[in-house]
Design a protein around this ligand. Structure first.
Ligand SMILES: [Zn+2]
Length: 163
């Protein structure tokens, strides 16, 4: 069994730190042609931790990229997801829109009752991962005949008023 590790990118990437040449290399490494629209969409996604929907991303990008259609955003996110540049988070209810995350490192999500998604802080995620009982994991492997490679945890929560 692989060790359970969590990696978190707690702060969104600073847009100034995303260079065009880096993006081109990143896209090339994932077998994608670099276009201006893809750059804009990826940058918008990589610089937020809000786990936006395609519509939210379209809203963010369309001002700087006139003529960008929602369909293009959907198709681009599809391509990013297929090539491992981002991950799609299906809506918890199954009926809402998917959300997207450019942080492809293993990390846990907290789904709020209004559909928004928060990243679980790194230290807490590590704590949970380290406290998953090895005996239980071993029992799951033995009983189901599987080999557990990673454990992902998802929480659902609602916001509470703080004093
Ligand atoms: Zn996330």
């Amino acid at each position: 069994m692989r060790s359970l590790e969590y990696f978190y990118e707690m702060s969104p990437t600073d847009p100034d730190q995303i260079h065009e040449s880096d993006l081109r290399a990143l896209f090339r490494a994932h077998g994608l042609r670099c276009t201006r629209q893809r750059e804009q969409i990826y940058t918008a996604l990589a610089t937020t931790t809000s786990h936006p929907t395609a519509e939210e991303l379209h809203h963010i990008v369309k001002d700087s990229e006139g003529g960008l259609s929602l369909a293009t955003v959907y198709n681009t996110l599809e391509a990013f997801t297929e090539r491992g540049l981002c991950r799609r988070i299906p809506s918890a209810s199954g009926s809402g829109p998917s959300r997207f995350d450019a942080d492809i490192a293993d990390h846990a999500h907290i789904v709020l009752d209004d559909g928004r998604i928060l990243d679980l802080p790194h230290d807490l995620g590590e704590q949970i991962a380290s406290e998953v009982p090895q005996a239980v994991l071993g029992a799951i492997e033995a009983r189901l005949g599987v080999r557990i490679e990673s454990v992902s945890v998802q929480f659902t929560a609602r916001r509470v008023q703080r004093d």
